[in-house]
Design a protein around this ligand. Sequence first.
Ligand code: NAI
Length: 699
Amino acid sequence: MTADYKVHGDVAVITLNNPPVNGLGLATRLAFAAGLNQANADAAVKAIVITGAGKAFSGGADIKEFGSPKAVQEPNLLSLILACENSSKPVVAAIHSVCMGGGLELSLGCHYRIAAPGCSVALPEVKLGLIPGAGGTQRLPRVLGVEVALNMIVSGEPIKSEMLAMLPGQKLFDKMAASTETLMDEAFALAREKADQRPLPLVRNLPCKHPLGDAYFQFARNMVKGMSKNFPAPAKCVDAVEAATKQKFDAGMVTERETFMALMLTPESKALRHIFVADRAASKIPDVPADTAQRVIKSVAVIGAGTMGGGISMNFLNAGIPVKILEMKQEALDKGIGIMRKNYESQVKKGKLKQDKYEQRMALLSTTLSYDDLKDADMVIEAVFEEMGVKEKVFKELDRVMKPGAILASNTSTLDVNKIASFTARPQDVVGLHFFSPANVMKLLEVVRGEKTAKDVMATVMAVGKKIKKTSVVSGVCDGFIGNRMVEQYGRQGGFLLDEGCTPAQVDKAIEKFGFAMGPFRMGDLAGNDIGWAIRKRRSVERADMKYSKTADLLCEKGRFGQKVGMGWYDYLAGKRDAVPNAEVVTMIEDYRASKGIKPRKVSDEEIVQRLVFALVNEGARILEEGIASKASDIDMVYLMGYGFPIYRGGPMNYADQVGLFNVVQSMKKFAQNPLDDAKFWEPAPLLAKLAAEGKTFN
Ligand code: NAI
């Protein structure tokens, strides 16, 4: 059922019924149109009320239909809205809970609107790189005034119905209901009151002007331009609302439609729509059904109060879940807790956190030096030193003390989670939870599924991830999991580029211009160059055939570990994060080049970007092929949420799809010819080669 039709005395009610949010997909639109016709044809019906079943009036268009023929198939949203306007009997929208996008646009085609308090009202299309496409930009300014409407359209943010109802002169709501419970009775009363009133009022007939005219739109345009670099849609919102003030209603509608259709084709909107779908898809694990019973997580223990342990703990405290931290020594506990306090206090100082909230959170925290104190925790997350021997000791202790059914998680960033699980007699309860630093800030959580991890453990940790507001992505077990395994190839290309003639600043600038938050060398300085150094030392035994530039090792031999010591690829002034190029580092690279007999060449920004990004793509394809990631969009989410990949490009796999996989493979073949690069690496992953040959995409 997608819309229900009922008659109450002389009032017909059409109830959108398409859970979860009454999206206006084709089937729903058909049922709605049929209801409207039936009501108009029934002489006993004097007025019509439209509303939504369950937890929404309507959340808007069905995003799955975007860009497909179904979206425009009749009755499309524009014709439904026209049908409401043209109804010979008054149509009253009874709005509650959620009224967004196409839902709000539909209500604006009704003759009257009554809203319950507490309803979230928004035109969020801009978040998908679009403008409202069914009259929102033309009708909302007519009922709320140009400024409020433009604000809502450019931000896409919801506002509560009762706040909108308080705006002087607003015509969005003819009436506010006392509550959601009384909404329908009050809507019936309003419908009966208006049953004989003619002519029926239409939003399109209301005037639309701003007293400052052009000047106001110039201000708005300047403001929006400054804030929405790289995204075309916000500026187009201004244009469309300006059209509402300058053009006749129908002409304004044409302007809106044309702008909407043009934005639909932009890579930015495609990327944002991809992310919207990818985000929802990431939480679904193919072989773990949505109704898998979950374990109850009411308390958490954390082992290690270092950089990660402290940040991880804060996530749970913020979500109201008690945390007990264990350390080896009291001093380490004191130090770790001190840093957490400092973090919270700086949030209080900035006005981001209320003092009483801070105290409530800290009151949920307790500490211990003894494993026996942890036995009642529902989940424990280990964040001790990255050494298998240390992990072994910790997991043996956890296996000894933790209650049956407790989830045992490791925050390891490189070690084998299956091996860690084997230290216990309950490998089904062991899982990797790879947080990113700073763990209380970064949105990404890689959930590392071991060979034996139980399905209900997976379902539980995905739900826990949601509770602590992370974007959780499932990864299989491999060295580096999804994110770090790919970033290693990206970093390796950065090194080869230095060998061939680039400076760190040139490489960083090129990829930052492409849209990355930070280039590979600034990122190395932030994370600590010594971490990669340690990994390479370990690898020189395990993966001696892996070719890489020695410049990063030379840098570390000079003690240039990065920001934490004030020098790395760049210099850093105390207390500042600005990366200042260092002549000595450039000379070091030049000397290395000379020692290898390499004649430097000028590398174009385009080549820099392609080599760095396609390195991610090729390794991503291998990860997909091996089943380490179950979908290409999961890889995109890892890079968008954890590695500063530009949002408007939708992640590396989406970007490759947009460039065309055939073109990507051609470039790789060219890079493989470069004797200073790694020809073996640039062999396109079989999956990539196959998709490219078939003219297909990852997503
Ligand atoms: P850290 O050195 O800041 O903290 C480790 C803490 O564990 C120290 O306070 C230490 O006293 C404590 N510890 C060591 N052995 C212990 C034991 N047997 N029992 C109890 N406490 C013990 O290290 P960090 O950076 O917090 O890393 C911890 C884990 O998180 C490692 O596995 C690391 O690979 C992983 N990780 C680190 C990231 C980072 O950016 N720092 C990112 C993601 C994961």
